[in-house]
Design a binder for this molecule. Structure first.
Ligand code: DAH
Length: 335
């Protein structure tokens, strides 16, 4: 029962479809809705196919006309669908970019900043004071030869001073340095006086661990060589340094003995009512200078050595050296 259709009716249908479809495409909310529209409009059982199917009921000569129009509409709708798809994609991207914007003014989640270990801030403070006096920082190796660690410092084999500085020996006869004094020798071998240097570093001794001993600890060595240096320069420099570090405290020098200095002294500061020994020092022994090819009639100088742990413990009131190596944050965070 096929009713005949007029050309007007069919072109009218096409025009209505065009209007309706363009509106629907323009307002499709997302890619899925758009795809559904494409199927509804252009699919095998879609609206356009419906119109084309109805074409059979037109008189034969009118069919090409409608067919042509339908094709134009098809291409038009395809273009519109494509356009809308691109538009939707761009909008989705813009929305995503806007949503993912980082607010750089937001406070960060808390990361504790950390700080220098008290041993190193102590070394820094010591170095700062000497740099203020024109001293330069130099370093030497932790693994030393017997020559630099002992011989060149006027401590020959069998010298009793070696007893107090037993250390760890490597199979090849080298050793872990027992003090920073070998840096004096290394520096003077490479640099003609006048010199003013300090040498911070790690040192090693065969000591059992207790509240005041550690087999690995830190020293700072001081060395000044020039023409005309005497004990008053040593005394003035060391006193200035100790007052700058500890504050305006009484300082005293006691006669002592080190193989590489003559005369030698030990220095105490009066800290909280007690005399505390804090460093060793002395005038560089002429034998040490001669060993380096320096004429002791022309050149003289002084040297000093101190333990960083001791300075750190006195300054902060720390009672046990082991606390400095335990990496216990509850302890370290105080400084
Ligand atoms: N090297 C000595 C030690 O470790 C400390 C020392 C004493 C260094 C007197 C010096 C000095 O430069 O003059 O026990």
């Amino acid at each position: 029962m096929s009713t005949t259709l007029t050309l007007e009716e069919l072109t009218g249908q096409l025009a209505a479809l065009e209007k309706e479809a363009s509106q629907a495409i323009a307002t499709a909310v997302d890619a899925a809705a758009l795809e559904q529209l494409r199927i509804d409009l252009l699919g095998k059982k879609g609206r356009l196919s419906g119109v084309l199917g109805a074409m059979g009921r037109l008189p034969g000569d009118q069919r090409p006309l409608v067919g042509q129009r339908a094709n134009v509409l098809k291409e038009q709708l395809q273009a519109l669908l494509q356009q809308r798809q691109t538009g939707l994609r761009q909008a989705a991207l813009a929305e995503r970019i806007a949503a993912e914007t980082i607010d750089v003014t937001l406070p960060a989640s808390h990361v504790p900043p950390g700080h220098r270990h008290p041993l190193f801030s102590t070394t820094d403070a010591i170095v700062d004071i000497f740099c203020g006096l024109g001293y330069r920082v130099v370093e030497g190796p932790d693994i030393e030869t017997d020559h630099y660690n002992f011989e060149a410092l006027n401590i020959p084999a069998d010298h009793p001073a070696r007893d107090m500085q037993d250390t760890f020996y490597l199979p090849d006869g080298q050793l872990l340095r027992t003090h920073t004094s070998p840096v004096q020798i290394r520096h003077l071998e490479q640099h003609a006086p006048p010199v003013r240097v300090i040498a911070p570093g790690r040192v090693y001794r065969r000591d059992a661990v207790d509240a005041t001993h550690s087999p690995v600890f830190h020293q700072v060595e001081v060395l000044a060589i020039d023409e005309g240096l005497d004990f008053s320069h040593l005394r003035g420099t060391v006193t200035h340094f100790l007052r700058a570090f500890f504050g305006d405290l009484p300082v005293r020098f006691r006669a002592s003995y080190f193989p590489f200095t003559e005369p030698s002294a030990e220095v105490d500061v009066q800290w909280r009512g007690r005399w505390l020994e804090v460093m060793g020092c002395g005038m560089v022994d002429p034998a040490v200078l001669e060993g380096l090819g320096l004429d002791p009639e022309r050149w003289s100088g002084f040297a000093a050595g101190l333990g960083v742990e001791r300075f750190c413990m006195v300054r902060h009131g720390i009672d046990d050296i082991r606390r400095l190596y335990n990496s216990d944050l509850r302890f370290l965070e105080q400084f």
